[in-house]
Design a binder for this molecule. Structure first.
Ligand SMILES: [Zn+2]
Length: 188
């Protein structure tokens, strides 16, 4: 004796409790195009370090990425303030969630400490060094502070940037990530 099933009992319900059609769950998958990982707005990258592909430390980072066309950088030569206003107006944004291993989390944190903490200390050293009437050690501190004001933001950005945005197109961010991680993502 055979029983004919008119409906697959394992299929997901087509109506919600309230009787309305269940909205399809949005796909949060990411894929690879050439050497870039394409990440739709709000997507979660696989829970592995986006630099070295090793297991994550379990604390994903939520970040809003922004990008504008590289030609906009030419406005810097006109005026830095005008560039800032134009860049804010035309930039495109996309949200992403990514993970890091303990080692690369440490490098990112160090970069942030140098970028923010080092910059503030450098400003203090510069003000102390150059406003002091006495010469010698104070002047050395002032010059050290001046060098620090220029270098700490650069070193900070270099160490703490883990996700580089190639472009954002229709809400999809094209990301330059670590090669081992990128190679682990299937092609789209
Ligand atoms: Zn890593």
């Amino acid at each position: 004796m055979t029983t004919t099933l008119t409906e697959n009992p394992y299929s997901p319900p087509r109506t919600s409790v309230s009787g309305r059609r269940t909205e399809p769950v949005p796909s949060l998958e990411v894929w690879r195009e050439d050497n870039f990982v394409v990440c739709p707005d709000g997507a979660r990258l696989p829970d592995r370090c986006v630099i070295c592909n090793r297991p994550s430390d379990g604390r994903p980072v939520q970040k809003t990425l922004s990008w504008h066309h590289p030609a906009i950088y030419l406005v810097v030569f006109v005026n830095l303030l005008i560039y800032a206003i134009v860049a804010l107006a035309v930039r495109k944004k996309s949200r992403a969630q990514f993970s890091l291993c303990p080692q690369h989390r440490g490098r990112r944190n160090l970069g942030m400490w140098i970028g923010y903490g080092g910059f503030v200390l450098s400003v203090v050293a510069m003000v102390f060094g150059f406003t002091s009437s006495s010469r010698g050690v104070q002047q050395v501190i002032g010059v050290t502070g001046l060098v620090g004001v220029i270098l700490t933001p650069l070193v900070g950005v270099l160490l703490s940037t883990v996700v580089r945005v190639k472009r954002i197109d229709a809400g999809r961010a094209h990301l330059k990530l670590g090669e081992p991680f990128t190679r682990s993502i299937p092609r789209g």
